[in-house]
Write a protein that binds this ligand. Structure first.
Ligand code: NAP
Length: 398
């Protein structure tokens, strides 16, 4: 019988054999990739004696057409009540005065971790010589930084007042006609993000956590993120983890926590990817880093993501690419991103066997050179198939 996922008082997810999981189909190519991915999820779950009771909820263009609201309260409530959900890409209306629906969902549900694992799958075309060396898991802070939406537009009364306040109270000179944004980074927000990254690294037997920051320039925000990360290691994890400075880079059997500056990181993830394992970083750095890394292992068509609050149990897993409107309804694009986001969701639910089955079947499909247009144009001798046919080929190999 279909039942909701709940959280026990000790903070563990209670997942029935037939959980109710809300989904947003997504705008644009959502109509193509969602049904394809669902086919794979249902087959993989069935193989393990499980079933998912899917519950459609609306957001984006479909919601606006049917309800006049881009993100109806009912949708947010469904995610709140059922804890775990999954979504396709959503249109962000430009200049319409409404903020990104994705950012809104993350903030409303306080999904403070953006989880972006980046690894290469055998056979996927890549622009680098050794994509197999890339195996990183990015923990991007999801609720603070310049994404907090604290901005005033140049020339408005608000900008003038803020500028006058900063001048009068702090002696700061802001050039006239400047837009001004605020970048809050808190001890609470930094520590809970780094805590999640360390706990993940420990439970997945990873070797290191790298704190990526721009603390050489932004000392009290990015630099503080780094310092709070190291404080956390000393205060909460000293028996199992150690900071670089406290062990001269020799952690013994403990998890090593180190740090690097964001700009050099973007070079080194290319030149020596094997030095990076789990990465914990602030919001904007994480945004750049996750897409740059996704490109190294085959691009946006198959990069998965999850937005998680490990304390409340809420998680929304999502395709990381956009709606690709020019391909909408053509049954053409790669459903890999939303399929692998479902893999992340299954792992999060404790359905590790079903998750591993999907990864194996996806790899076997790509190894057989059965791929969608985006990979086919980069591979020799590939058979180009439709979005739905790619999903069916995965199901055949489950
Ligand atoms: P996009 O939709 O990600 O598309 C950019 C390009 O990425 C596409 O033209 C295509 O490249 C490739 N691509 C995207 N999805 C693919 C897939 N499933 N398989 C293979 N290739 C894929 O980015 P955009 O055009 O900048 O944004 C369109 C809309 O999506 C905007 O409204 C934006 O706000 C929104 N968006 C939503 C999310 C989200 O919901 N998480 C994220 C980003 C953007 P080729 O043309 O080279 O084949």
């Amino acid at each position: 019988m279909a039942q909701p996922i709940t959280m026990s008082p000790d903070g563990a997810l209670q997942v029935p054999d037939e959980p109710i999981i809300p989904f947003i189909e997504g705008d644009g190519t959502g109509v193509d990739i969602w049904p394809a991915a669902r086919l794979v999820f249902d087959a993989a779950a069935a193989k393990q004696g499980k079933k998912i009771a899917w519950k459609e909820v609306l957001a984006g263009e479909k919601a606006f057409k049917e309800t006049g609201d881009w993100l109806p309260d009912k949708t947010v409530e469904a995610f709140r009540e059922h804890l775990i959900g999954i979504k396709g890409p959503l249109t962000t209306p430009i200049g319409g005065g409404i903020r990104s629906l994705n950012v809104a969902l993350r903030l409303i549900l306080d999904l403070y971790v953006c989880l972006r694992p980046v690894r290469w799958f055998t056979g996927v075309p890549s622009p680098v010589r050794h994509p197999e060396k890339v195996d990183m898991v990015i923990f991007r802070e999801n609720t603070e930084d310049v994404y907090a939406g604290l901005e005033v537009q140049a020339g408005t009364p608000e900008a003038d007042r803020l500028s006058a306040f900063l001048h009068d109270e702090l002696g700061w000179e802001i050039r006239p006609q400047s837009g001004i944004g605020i970048k809050p980074i808190s001890e609470f927000g930094s520590k809970r993000l780094v805590r999640a990254a360390i706990e993940y690294a420990l439970s997945h037997e990873r070797e290191s956590v790298t704190l990526v920051h721009k603390g050489n320039i932004q000392k009290f925000t990015e630099g503080a993120f780094r310092n709070w990360g190291y404080d956390l290691v000393r205060d909460e994890f000293s028996d199992v983890a150690v900071g670089w400075d406290d062990c001269d880079g020799k952690p013994g059997s403990k998890l090593l926590v180190k740090d690097t500056i964001a700009d050099i990181t973007l070079q080194q993830v290319l030149t020596r990817p094997e030095d990076f394992d789990v990465i914990a970083t602030t919001n904007l750095n994480g945004d750049y880093l996750s897409d740059a890394l996704a490109a190294q292992v085959g691009g946006i068509g198959i990069a998965p993501g999850g937005n998680i609050n490990y304390v409340t149990g809420h998680g929304v897993f999502e395709a990381t690419h956009g709606t690709a409107p020019k391909y909408a309804g053509q049954d053409k694009v790669n459903p890999g991103s939303v399929i692998l986001s479902g893999v992340l969701m299954f792992e999060h639910l404790g359905w590790g066997d079903a998750a591993a089955d999907i990864v194996r079947a996806l790899e076997a499909t790509i190894a057989d050179k059965i791929v969608t247009y985006d990979f086919a144009r980069l591979m020799d001798g590939a058979t180009e198939v439709k979005c739905s046919e790619f999903a069916a080929a995965i199901v055949d190999r489950l």
